[in-house]
Design a binder for this molecule. Sequence first.
Ligand code: NDP
Length: 434
Amino acid sequence: EDRNPNELEFQQAVKEVLDSLIPVLVKNPTYIQQGVLERMIEPERLITFRVPWVDDNGKVNVNRGFRVQFNSALGPYKGGLRFHPSVNASIVKFLGFEQILKNSLTGQPIGGGKGGSDFDPKGKSDMEIMRFCQSFMTELSKHIGPDIDVPAGDIGVGAKEIGYMFGQYKKLKGAYEAGVLTGKGIGYGGSLGRKEATGYGTVYFVEEMMKDQGSSFDQSTVVVSGSGNVSIYAMEKAIQLGAKVVACSDSSGYIYDPNGINLDTVKQLKEVDDKRIHEYVKEHPDASFEIGCSGIWSVACDIALPCATQNELDKEAAEMLVSNGVKAVGEGANMPSTQEAIDIFLDNEVLFAPAKAANAGGVAVSALEMAQNSTRLAWTEEEVDGRLHDIMKNIYRNSLEQSKAYDAPGNFVVGANIAGFVRVADAMIEQGII
Ligand code: NDP
């Protein structure tokens, strides 16, 4: 805390991980002797830079850009870029730290990184977004590359922004390095199935957890927060598996549809028209809209999938979900549940899938995109989805095994942290004190 004052989100993420690693450290003192923890919580590099751009009125704006290159023990730094007014050093460091362990869990050769800017894409014209992305990449390009650091999308950064950034990188380098960014458009090196990967992966993980308990998505009632990339495809897979999704949200409030959310309408509003979620009720008169996002957790459900943002599900929300009989919670977003909320789920034997395991499908398919770019081949959607499904099952099995090995069977917070940590820690030790 002394070394990172005012970085509350980063402190929260590190504390959650370190608490769960105590049994591993007790059993393997080498990790302590080799200073693995101290090294792992200190980024290899944190880059901060000025992003000047001119808006449509000719006014000069200055935003702040970040890239944290946290850990390269397993491969090039890998992690998304977030464009949102709340982005600061604490947010990118918390996300980057979690990313190290998440990427390790996927079993793929990728290190951990994260970045972004306090730029708010909401209400900006396409040309403003393009100028911002170009300015952002002008600086970022000095620090990334297919074997160095491979950014992707996150909140506020989708295929459009990745496209503008890729174009600028190509122009600056004078070379077509397809593997420098993931989440690209399908026509120029993007992977089929990437858009769906995080949401589908979250549902695949929860499905495994439920299968072990003799239940499933089929006939279940599901609530999914957010209505962005992760939420939409979590809803899609849940519906495909026979669930009824009754509520979703955006940062203004949530909709409840007793007939089951019509995903075509949500996709049209969010992916095509860039509208607010309350517009949904115009087309579906049985549905209702409530202002405020946390109210969504008062909707009774069997499965809750928080897929919006950090700390969106607190103690009161967890108590409400438990009193309404929730059976499973799967984190599609990064750190959406507060520590108190997680404790409530675990104390009440709710199946709980933590973010770094449950939402690892996005980065896993990003690594598959890198593999396709390296070989200059493009796989079919079935091939990618099949690999994603296998990766999520593996993450589930590894996390379960580690939770059993360390006397916390079925505690996936412990299991995932340990499984992710051990692979990175061993690689760091083998590579010496650097
Ligand atoms: P998007 O920008 O596509 O969507 C975010 C959604 O969350 C929007 O609907 C946004 O609404 C909504 N939202 C924001 N704050 C709140 C809030 N307080 N309450 C309710 N809704 C809110 O982002 P993604 O879907 O890509 O990312 C969502 C989460 O998933 C993030 O935590 C991200 O880090 C994580 N993640 C994403 C991956 C990916 O592949 N995209 C991979 C792994 C993790 P509004 O439009 O009003 O802002």
